[in-house]
Design a binder for this molecule. Structure first.
Ligand code: AMP
Length: 458
């Protein structure tokens, strides 16, 4: 980031400079420095940037400056995002950054009645922020006219494709005017993302903010090898005795586990706790999320529905209750902390069945995740027979994946291996220790110590 470039240098008009000032932003982030001038000059853009980099304002500011003031009834800008939570967040930024303009915006998302959203969308609007599915429904069923769209943004494009929105995206691209300014943002740049860009962008300029899947630099990563579910619960309870864990997100693979964690912790920890997953109603999700964001809730337990693009600043700690098997999700999960120049800590609990996935993640992020000793006085519960069997089965599956000739080895002494690894792990004096001293305690995790860590050790 070039600290000498100011928002004034990016030739934003007074109404936006005032809004930025009200928000307390002092310097533009790297993606803002790069993208704002290009978008203002009408270029097509592919932005490879994680959430937390300030990418939303990077596209909203120049777009709103281009749209200037309300005009006609039909939308001139469409922003597609994967989830309703993101619709609401982007919309919030539209409102905050557009505070001194009269631009009109609307958010469209599933799970609530279509009629009201449709009537808002057709009664005069400049910017539509929507999930692909809902935009298509309102276009097809409610007659939203998209022929005046001049700007299209696909935000979190990788996530939209992961979620299977390609058919809806294709249908939307078919009905939007061919001649318009196109932008696409994605945390990673894969071949399918590239193919998608060929479908609707001519000669885009690619801006890459961090190398693919590099965790944001301000996040310190830690892992604990934990033998089973109950011990993971004991460990969370133990860690949460430390009051510096004041705004914590816990990510969990399944809804069932999320419910169990919630039930276990709700009477055992200090502070408010909320649970978010796709079985919760839209209103419950939004309320929990807002309570957490406003700082009224200490602990938010969530499945991956919520891991991407959720804009909560000052999350003190992210705890991965398990290792995500969609490896990009690891980056998204830990990206909730260490946002916009704050330091954060991301802790991952690794069972023996998770170790395989952790190794894959380490390869992807090109750095080891340091493993820490379990606290001495932590209660280690014995692994129930069924849980052990199911982990052994998972490990067999993983081995088969790596070696199709593998016959299965249920009898292997994995607990022994885990204990050996645990012995090698270094101790951390205090959970909240400052990042430098902790990074120095990096232990080998199968990968060579990366350049990243070597640099930090100096
Ligand atoms: P995003 O990457 O768009 O999800 O933004 C992450 C967070 O950074 C949001 O909370 C923004 O409000 C905040 N943010 C965006 N631009 C800046 C900036 N120039 N300075 C400080 N914070 C910013």
């Amino acid at each position: 980031m070039d600290l000498n470039i100011t928002f004034e240098d990016l030739k934003l008009t007074r109404q936006f400079l005032n809004a930025i000032q009200d928000l307390g932003y002092t310097i533009p982030t790297t993606i803002q420095q790069k993208a704002i001038p290009l978008i203002r000059s009408g270029q097509h853009i592919i932005g490879i940037a994680q959430t937390g980099t300030g990418k939303t304002a990077a596209y909203l500011l120049p777009i709103m400056q281009l749209l200037k003031y309300p005009q006609g009834d039909l939308p001139r800008c469409v922003i597609l995002v994967p989830t309703k939570e993101l619709v609401l967040q982007v919309l919030e930024q539209v409102v905050l950054l557009g505070k001194y303009t009269d631009l009109r915006s609307v958010g469209l998302y599933g799970g609530v009645g279509r009629k009201k959203q449709a009537s808002d969308a057709v009664s005069g609007v400049d910017i539509v922020v929507s999930t692909p599915m809902r935009l298509l429904e309102i276009y097809q069923e409610e007659g939203l006219d998209l022929k005046k769209v001049q700007i299209l943004v696909m935000d979190e494009a990788d996530r939209m494709l992961d979620m299977g929105f390609r058919p809806q995206i294709n249908a939307i691209l078919d009905v939007l005017p061919r001649k318009k300014q196109n932008m696409m943002f994605s945390a990673t740049f894969s071949s399918i993302i590239e193919e998608l860009s060929w479908d609707f962008m001519d000669f885009p300029i690619k801006i890459e903010i961090t190398p693919e899947a590099t965790p944001v630099e301000t996040v310190e990563q830690r892992a604990y090898l934990v033998p089973n579910f109950q011990t993971k619960l004991n460990l969370i309870e133990y860690l949460l005795k430390d009051i510096s864990l004041n705004r914590v997100m816990i990510f969990v693979k399944s809804k069932g586990s999320a419910n169990r964690i919630f039930e276990y912790l709700k009477h055992r920890i200090k502070g408010e706790i909320r649970l978010i997953h796709s079985n919760k109603s839209q209103n419950a999700r939004i309320n929990s999320f807002n309570d957490f964001r406003e700082g009224n809730v200490r602990l938010l337990i969530s499945t991956d529905v919520m891991s991407r693009g959720i804009d909560v600043s000052a999350v003190s700690h992210v705890i991965n209750f398990d290792v995500p098997t969609v490896y990009e999700d690891y980056v998204h999960r830990i990206g909730r902390t260490g946002r916009a120049l704050n330091e954060g800590i991301a802790v991952t609990f690794v069972s023996k069945a998770d170790e395989y996935h952790l190794t894959k993640i380490e390869k992807k992020i090109r750095m080891p995740v340091p493993i820490f000793h379990l606290p001495d006085n932590l209660e280690i519960t014995e692994t129930p027979f069924e849980e052990n069997q199911s982990m052994e089965k998972e490990i067999d599956e993983q081995k088969k994946k790596e070696d199709p000739n593998f016959q299965g080895a249920f009898h292997e002494k994995k607990d022994y291996k885990l204990k050996q690894k645990q012995k090698k792990a270094k101790k951390v004096p205090k959970f909240t220790g400052k990042s430098k001293s902790v990074v120095q305690k990096t232990v080998k995790t199968g990968l060579k110590t990366s350049k990243y860590n070597r640099n930090k050790e100096k």
